[in-house]
Design a protein around this ligand. Sequence first.
Ligand SMILES: [Zn+2]
Length: 220
Amino acid sequence: MDIERVRKELQASALREFPNPERVGCPDPAVLDAMSRRTIEITQSQLHHITHCSPCFQTFLSIREEIQKKRAVRLRIAAAACAAVIVVGAIIYTVADRLKSPAQVAVLATPATLDLRPLSEYRGTDSGRATEAKPALILPRKNLRLTLYFPVGADEGQYTLQLLDGQLHTLLKQQLTATLQNHVVTASADLDLRSLTPGAHTLAIQRIGDEWRLYSVELQ
Ligand SMILES: [Zn+2]
């Protein structure tokens, strides 16, 4: 016989056996309420009355039940709030991580070098085609931090760099500042080539006021 059945049976008999319709010796409802909510100490005689007066015991049990239900609701709300905090935290973490990513990509741009010094070039005024310039330069289709070594005889100063497709449409254009570094005229450019198609392209470099120098570039 389990203890829960004994408890239920005692509870049922206490609710049944002591009708007390005259409410003899019953505590004030406010006091009974306070006892049920355990906001006051229950004396031995009060405990005896509650367990020997069916209406008082009924009230006592109802209030206890109500308190337990509210507590269960509060626990569920607290659990839901905890879950919400975890979800919001996860979202914030994910968003923050994504926001962080572009900066990291910029910092982690792939370094690449184009050495134009040993290459043949053809001038923009020539009638030749880009494919005649050899050998072809090769660039990976990545977010590049490009270092350019200019051909011998090139001057320092402001340059315009363009990347052209096979039909010589401009895909990228930016300004460069070329300076003498270790006896070589050098410039840096940030080129994001990730969205471009692979294949033959043309790199065009022009010092402001000068003519274009064109180089074949293979995007891989
Ligand atoms: Zn009573």
